[in-house]
Ligand binder design. Structure first.
Ligand code: ARG
Length: 376
């Protein structure tokens, strides 16, 4: 009997961590293209963003503060929080701003007659296309990632030739979130190309570049991995890779986007494996591949993503940069280590001030707080 009571107590204690056990704040973050602070049919969710209750109002998600990530539909929920006054904040990634804080009531409804644009698995994948070439299959020359409504992250070597001449922005188009390199597809033109100033050829150090789009995309963007999140890209982590590169070393290119994944390789192992072939792997690089080879990125995948995931979705941890052949044993693919470039990205892409919404929550109260984000 006593054990039964103890067991019951244990169950109750686990179910109700505190007197305020069922207080919760939930909501949604979405890209508000028409700036009406309502999630219209075409406004897309922002997944994987950090949301937290900034109890001490210092603008940082401190260890003691409840925090979560928006899920694949842009929703977050902070449950089992104590009654009190908080600032509800979300991180403000580069390229975003003007978050309009709007309380939930009418925002939680579905739009009558609204459509969910059918979209594939890799919504932020970008094909870089030669603007002068009509056939998308012929036009594709590299990959990229949409990281904000009007910014694409890619590799510098996709845009700089062996004489260090940078391509004209007008010669590049992008197609976002597509799988098939076939007409018809929507092309967006590029208004500016930014190459990392320390990009070095032929060593490929700092192989990172940005494309500013001439118009904003409503597609679900993917965020660059932050310096505070490098544990997500630890050795052995399975990292998805996608692209339209060749199907084998020196082989043919596919029309359909290919996906696979490779484990992140220990840095010193990668350094020595590539050194044996005369290549230098710097701290600005991250490697992925199997000891036995067989799976890898290859020619044409450059600029595209090496993803790692948090529980809400993906972050771009690497940019396809170079390799010794493709998929050879003990020669992992080398990727630009994106988390090293947070400061550089922030210096090139402006970002707005994170919103800061005061919420008082009583015991057992459920509140909704949505955020409509725009570009700065
Ligand atoms: N440099 C190649 C490109 O321009 C990417 C090669 C990646 N190679 C590898 N083995 N992972 O497409």
């Amino acid at each position: 009997m006593i054990t039964r009571i103890l067991l019951l107590l244990l169950v109750l204690l686990t179910a109700c961590p505190g007197a305020d056990g069922n207080s919760a704040i939930s909501g949604q973050i979405f890209l508000d293209l028409n700036k009406n602070s309502i999630k219209d049919g075409t406004d897309s969710a922002r997944s994987g963003w950090v949301v937290w209750l900034d109890g001490n109002n210092n603008g940082l998600p401190d260890a003691s503060e409840p925090k979560t990530l928006t899920d694949a539909n842009g929703n977050y929920k902070l449950s089992n929080i104590a009654a009190g006054s908080y600032q509800v904040r979300h991180e403000m990634p580069v390229g975003y701003g003007s978050s309009v804080a709007a309380t939930g009531a009418n925002l939680n409804q579905q739009i009558v007659g609204g459509t969910n644009a059918p979209s594939g698995k890799w919504k932020a994948i970008v094909a870089l296309l030669n603007s002068a070439t009509t056939d998308p299959f012929q036009a594709q020359f590299c990959g990229g990632s949409l990281i904000a409504p009007d910014w694409v992250l890619t590799a510098a070597h996709c845009l700089v030739d062996s004489n260090n001449v940078v391509r004209a922005a007008s010669s590049v188009n992008v197609a976002i979130g597509i799988t098939k390199l076939a007409s018809p597809l929507t092309r967006i033109s590029v208004s500016q190309i930014i190459i990392h100033p320390s990009y070095i050829r032929p060593s490929f150090d700092n192989d990172i570049a940005l494309l500013k789009l001439s118009s904003q995309s409503n597609a679900d963007a993917v965020l660059p991995l932050l310096p505070s999140q490098t544990a997500l890209a630890a050795t052995g982590v399975n990292a998805p890779i996608v692209g339209w590169g060749t199907l084998s070393e020196g082989g043919s290119s596919p029309t359909d986007l290919q996906e696979s994944s490779v484990p992140i390789v220990d840095q010193s192992t990668c350094v020595s494996q590539l050194a044996a072939e005369g290549s230098t792997v710097t701290a600005n690089m991250i490697c992925g591949g199997f000891p036995a080879g067989g799976i890898d990125t290859c020619q044409g995948d450059s600029g595209g993503p090496l993803y790692v995931s948090n529980q809400a979705g993906f972050r771009v941890a690497g940019i396809v940069s170079f390799g010794i052949g493709c998929a050879r044993p003990n020669l992992p693919g080398v990727y630009t280590r994106v988390s090293n470039y947070d400061a550089w990205l922030a210096s090139k892409i402006s970002r707005g001030t994170p919103p800061n919404v005061a919420i008082n929550i009583a015991a057992g109260e459920q509140k909704t707080q949505n955020f409509a984000v725009q570009t700065p």
